[in-house]
Design a protein. Structure first.
Length: 244
């Protein structure tokens, strides 16, 4: 499938999607447990975003977020408004219109990353900007889901949103403190044992990812934060060369 996609001048991602549709439960049904495949794929996305975080120092990340906040909000509003208008013209209710508009506002982070060549993703300003836009979209998507969930219940969605905004700095602080006082010292003490470095890198990535999920964010945001936290430290190169 990858060969066919390349001959047709398509991204290999098209081959992945086509093969999944053919082999999945709605195709030939050779793969029936789609949830298991989704879980496995999500682990790969977690490690991918961790490695991306290793290439962005905190100073550069904050600068990129300042540069991309306005354009992210603008694009999200444009696409969301257009989708909402189409849904409204079809006569759907206000709740359905809002859900459709919100759904159409965001890009898939993993698809966006896979469509970028590796050279653009890791070594050019364009790739860094796109990564920051996708991360901002993820945060907006989480907030939107909280609002939708709160609107259907008697809870206080504004309180949940406030807690979510507090959760992101909390995860960032824990990641920064952990790498400074624990991870860095362990690396410097046992840097000659490659197997240990491999294990502690995986544990660091998955630990911060689980923390982010626990406080209401996502595994992907946590893994990216774990990578950014050690991007400016001397151990970043060792982590990146492990090729998780």
């Amino acid at each position: 499938m990858a060969t066919i996609a390349l001959y047709l001048r398509q991204a290999m991602l098209v081959a992945y999607l086509a093969l999944g549709a053919i082999l999945g439960p709605w195709g030939l049904a050779l793969v029936t447990d789609a949830d298991l495949i989704q879980d496995i794929a999500r682990i790969g996305i977690i490690f991918l975003l961790f490695l991306l975080g290793l290439n962005l120092s905190p100073q550069k990340l904050f600068q990129l977020l300042r540069e991309t906040t306005l354009i992210t909000l603008f694009c999200t509003s444009i696409f969301g408004g257009a989708a909402s208008m189409v849904a409204w013209l079809w006569g759907l209710g206000i709740v359905d219109v809002l859900i459709i508009g919100i759904s159409a506002s965001f890009s898939s982070t993993i698809i966006g990353l896979k469509l970028l060549p590796t050279t653009v993703l890791h070594h050019r300003h364009t790739g860094e900007v796109i990564i920051s836009v996708l991360l901002l979209q993820d945060l907006i998507a989480i907030i939107s889901m909280l609002v939708i969930q709160g609107a259907g219940e008697d809870g206080l969605p504004l309180v949940d949103i406030a807690l979510l905004f507090a959760a992101l700095p909390l995860v960032g602080f824990v990641a920064w403190a952990g790498q400074k006082w624990i991870i860095l010292r362990l690396f410097l003490k046992f840097d000659r044992i490659q197997e240990y470095i491999f294990l502690i890198t995986i544990g660091w990535c998955l630990g911060i990812a689980q923390l982010a999920e626990t406080v209401g964010l996502s595994y992907e945001i946590g893994a990216f934060t774990a990578g950014v936290a050690i991007a400016s430290s001397p151990i970043a190169f060792d982590c990146a060369t492990l090729r998780l």
